[in-house]
Design a binder for this molecule. Sequence first.
Ligand code: NAD
Length: 353
Amino acid sequence: MKIAVLAGDGIGPEIVSQAVRVLEALASDGMKFEIESALLGGCAVDATGSPFPEATRKLVNEADAVLLGSVGGLQYDNLPREQRPEQGLLAIRKNLNLFANLRPVVLYSELKNASTMKPEVISSLDILIIRELTGDIYFGEPRGIKQHGGQRIGFNTMIYSEEEIRRIAHVAFQVASKRSQKLCSVDKMNVLECTQLWRDIVTEVAKDYPNVKLSHMLVDNAAMQLIRNPKQFDVMVTGNMFGDILSDEASMLTGSIGMLPSASLNDKGKGLYEPIHGSAPDIAGKDVANPLATILSTALMLRYTFNEEEAALRIESSVKKVLAQNYRTSDICQPGMKEVGTKEMCDAVLMNL
Ligand code: NAD
């Protein structure tokens, strides 16, 4: 199993090194990993001038899976857009054609009091948000800022082809078939033509999956319903921008953005696995970042790319045990719990593995 490791910026190197320790522990039990690192994001800009250098492109193309930390930092925010760290991330998604982003939003019962939500609203929460990742307004052309009528205007293009919508819809229906056979598609068809097409195509694809009950919801209502009654959802599917925003919102239902892993897959099962949070420059280098989202991302890697369900479950149940033993990083810590740093949290996971 060849894994490209891209630690990135900010807390990326701290959390990724812990996730690699988990893979190494599995390797000592007989699994065979070939792990190689490369630069992505701001650290790549510093070293090579590009956020997605050629050596990184070569490594990720050759690897079976990619483990990513996070990219970005304040010091890069004024660079020309093509040199910004986030462009490296968009380029890698596009390069590997990682169009399906799966974001499980699971509340560990031990953390029901760490969320800002009432425990009864979120207890037993288990949602899967599927976000289209290679289209939409993040990639649409034309885009830019230009002079117009004596002032600057900024513009982007929201665009989806039928084919792009159809392939993510199929992924969503297939995933929903294996869960509770409920799929909610989120759009903004009352205002945006692009998402009218989204709704039409998803409705068409639904005919191939008569066992799945499809519903549609406008994105503003979905944002509200996720807070009001999140347990009404099981699988949600939406476009790139709405999915970006809704999944960050949903993360807070689970207590912390530091708990949520994600998988980004192409049609060949190759995947990029990363926590949903960013590089958290405010806490970088302090050994306080929560490594669990990244550790849980390795579980998704074992499940979706390598079909190693048993190893994935071992990691997930170790995380659950660690929480039951009251180990907490500061983002999820509450009175009476054992506050630990990034490395100590991973030590506890390894003890339970
Ligand atoms: P962020 O997710 O980095 O941080 C938001 C808040 O959550 C911060 O207070 C941070 O301390 C906290 N947080 C995040 N991860 C945590 C963890 N593992 N443990 C404990 N607390 C955690 O979002 P931001 O501050 O808006 O962005 C910072 C940088 O990250 C920006 O440059 C942004 O572009 C980039 N970013 C990168 C990705 C990615 O690499 N996939 C995603 C989002 C943002």
